[in-house]
Ligand binder design. Structure first.
Ligand code: RB5
Length: 156
């Protein structure tokens, strides 16, 4: 079965989203577009779009997600609130590679105002092509999962 990847942005990320969609179209992923629409002129709130992707990652409806806002930071903060999401703010080749190899990130967050568009495309490619290393890193991911479970039992 073809793995699904979701992509979403706020108003600040529209142009970069279109470029990344062109790249994703030539990968083996089935691409799911969560908006904002390319022709939208509205100023929108990044948490609304991060939540769409994060909820579907959490429910395993999609395998991976791409979130774009001005900095990548707001999307990342929001997505990481949802259980099962490991969103990484990526700004160079190293963070792209390590967020997969050590953190098994399932969402990449990119800042349209922080990185050059074509570099962002390179970072996404590296991120998609880097395998999670497992091993000692799994113990750490298990600890993250334990924290999630703790707060799910007693939300504040
Ligand atoms: C929108 O102006 C901007 O705040 C948003 O795209 C993002 O950078 C927030 O983290």
């Amino acid at each position: 079965m073809t793995a699904k990847i979701g992509i979403a942005c706020d108003h600040a990320g529209k142009e970069l989203k279109q470029l990344l969609q062109e790249y994703l179209a030539v990968t083996d992923f089935e691409v799911v577009d969560y908006g904002v629409a390319n022709d939208s002129q509205a100023s929108v709130d990044y948490p609304d779009y991060a939540a769409l992707i994060a909820n579907d990652i959490s429910q395993k409806k999609i395998a991976k997600g791409v979130l774009i806002c001005g900095t990548g930071i707001g999307m990342c903060i929001t997505a990481n609130k949802i259980p099962g999401v490991r969103a990484a703010s990526v700004w160079d080749e190293f963070s792209a590679r390590m967020s997969r190899a050590h953190n098994d990130a399932n969402v990449i967050c990119l800042g349209s105002r922080a990185v050059n568009d074509h570099r962002a495309c390179d970072y996404l490619k590296i991120w998609l092509e880097t395998e999670y290393e497992g091993g000692r890193h799994q113990l750490r991911l298990d600890k993250i999962k334990n924290l999630e479970n703790t707060y799910l039992r007693s939300p504040s």
